[in-house]
Ligand binder design. Structure first.
Ligand SMILES: Cc1cc2nc3c(=O)[nH]c(=O)nc-3n(C[C@H](O)[C@H](O)[C@H](O)COP(=O)(O)O)c2cc1C
Ligand SMILES: Nc1ncnc2c1ncn2[C@@H]1O[C@H](COP(=O)(O)OP(=O)(O)O)[C@@H](O)[C@H]1O
Length: 333
């Protein structure tokens, strides 16, 4: 997939899905469908041209995340750039345009944004946004404003209604639309509780960690549980500390095709038992003995097993890890 942070260098004309799309969750997927060349729902007005490759299906997003720009503080993401690119590719998106979110961009009025970015630079022929999309200075433009402004250029705008979390008990007390609407912040708060199963329902796929195996303290092997220590992108959002049942894949070759390696268990945390000082992410693979250093692994989080604990001895930790492995195996079977 083509990725550029210069809208003027994008392949044109384009069919555009606009938004932040952190997580590429089920709601985002609905917004992307109308402009995608590879989905049933993409077969709309411009389907023939999309299929012939005349119009380039393009996701347009902002970098850095607008919240990071305004707060001045680094923000973690459900899908850092490498993961976002992979997910968009799977949805049949041809190019990703990262609009540098700076003073100049955030001061454009809604009309200027449409004229400069969407019409002049991207030559949009079709646009798709979620119902709650806001744009232009001070977020003053709504999805409906976009529809009206774009109509002056004969560009149709699809406004996709918000995807609801049907698993959520909407009859429960204190339920607000914010709690039932699938959103990045809802998924973040669910992952903070370790509820990876519910996060999976909202994402439409398991929550994953993509990292490279680096050296640890080489203690794992001495207790019979070698663990591959993962180095993740600095801006990756981590779920609750604790132990998870996981599926491990290797991303290999230039195309980073995923090859299943093993089931296993993962710990995220400070390792209080060995007085660890920083958070590490460690995976123990079942029925695996080969070296993994330097490999790119993709870990799918399937079930939260327990919080991380400080044990009185390495022996006690070892017994608990044995139990974790049995629980994970029972879960997978
Ligand atoms: C399934 C699993 C569960 C773990 N649970 C804990 C825990 O509850 N408390 C803790 O201090 N460390 C826990 N650890 C981390 C171990 O302390 C760590 O794997 C060990 O110190 C080896 O580290 P090394 O790979 O850097 O050599 C766990 C590791 C695994 C694989
Ligand atoms: N079943 C396994 N699960 C995880 N890593 C394994 C396994 N078998 C062998 N290894 C290798 O052993 C290394 C982990 O051993 P460990 O003693 O925990 O060292 P480190 O502290 O460097 O992670 C992994 O990075 C990997 O190369």
């Amino acid at each position: 997939m083509r990725v550029t942070n210069q809208a003027e260098l994008a392949l044109t004309p384009t069919a555009v899905a606009l938004g932040k799309f952190d997580g590429v969750h089920r709601g985002h997927q609905q917004v992307i469908k109308p402009i995608s060349s590879s989905t049933e729902m993409g077969l709309n007005l411009s389907s023939r041209e999309l299929e012939q490759g005349n119009i380039h299906s393009t996701v347009v997003t902002f970098d850095p995340h607008p919240q990071e720009f305004f707060s001045g503080k680094p923000r973690t993401l459900l899908t850092p750039l490498n993961e976002k690119v992979k997910q968009l590719q799977l949805l049949g998106v041809e190019q990703l345009v990262l609009l540098p979110f700076d003073r100049e961009l955030c001061e454009l009025s809604p009309v200027e944004f449409v004229e400069k970015i969407l019409v002049q630079q991207l030559q949009a022929t079709q646009i798709s946004v979620g119902q709650d999309f806001r744009f232009g200075s001070k977020r003053s433009g709504t999805a409906y404003d976009l529809q009206i402004i774009a109509a002056r250029y004969n560009i149709p705008v699809t406004i996709v209604s918000l995807e609801i979390d049907t698993q959520h008990d909407s009859t429960a007390q204190n339920t607000t639309p914010e709690m039932t609407r699938i959103s990045t912040s809802l998924i973040r708060s669910i992952l903070e509780e370790g509820n990876v199963e519910r996060a999976q329902q909202l994402l439409g796929r398991p929550y994953t960690l993509h990292g490279v195996v680096v050296k640890g303290q080489q203690l794992g092997r001495t207790i019979g549980f070698p663990t591959a220590n993962l180095e993740l992108p600095k801006d990756k959002f981590l779920p609750s500390n604790g132990v998870y049942a996981v599926r491990i894949f290797e991303a290999s070759g230039a195309s980073e095709l995923l090859e299943f390696l093993a089931l296993g268990v993962m710990n995220i945390g400070n390792r209080p038992t060995v007085n660890g000082e920083n958070v590490t992410i460690e995976v123990h693979l079942f029925d695996w003995a080969a070296d993994l250093y330097g490999k790119k692994l993709v870990v799918e989080l399937e079930k939260f097993l327990r919080p991380e604990t400080k044990f009185a001895s390495l022996e006690a930790l070892k017994n608990q890890i044995q139990l974790d492995c049995s629980l994970a195996k029972a879960f997978f079977s």
